[in-house]
Every structure is written in structure tokens, then in C-alpha cells.
Design a protein around this ligand. Sequence first.
Ligand SMILES: [Zn+2]
Ligand SMILES: [Zn+2]
Length: 73
Amino acid sequence: MPMFMIGVNAKGHRGWYTYRCDICNRKLSVGDDPIYYCQKCVNSNTNARFCLADARRLHFRCPYCGSELTLYH
Ligand SMILES: [Zn+2]
Ligand SMILES: [Zn+2]
């Protein structure tokens, strides 16, 4: 009788989203990195997401519309 290792590889990295900073293109993992975004621009399909360093440089203002950036949680 053959013994099969039935693949149970669900190591639970699902539901892990990553975005890219729109300025430096750094990969940002939701839950790992602080991600700042502009609600208004994201809603109109602009990738207005930024890493902490760039958000700071922008004084937490969206470079596209000037709204305040929100911390993605
Ligand atoms: Zn950045
Ligand atoms: Zn904006």
C-alpha cells in the first residue's frame, strides 16, 4: 500500500498583502511596515501609498491632491 504525504502546506501566510511605495518603490507588507495612503487618490485608482520615510518627507500630505495621509492598519 503506497504511502502518500498529502500536501498540507498551508503555513498561514495567506491574507498577507503587500503594496509598493509610490515614491521609492519599496515593498510594504501590511502588518509589518507602516503604510501611509491617501484615501481620496486610492479610491480613484492612483497608487497613493507611501512608506514611512517618504510620508515624513511629504509631511504626511498626499503629493497628488494635498490631502492628509492616513496610516493603513
Ligand atoms: Zn518610499
Ligand atoms: Zn491624494
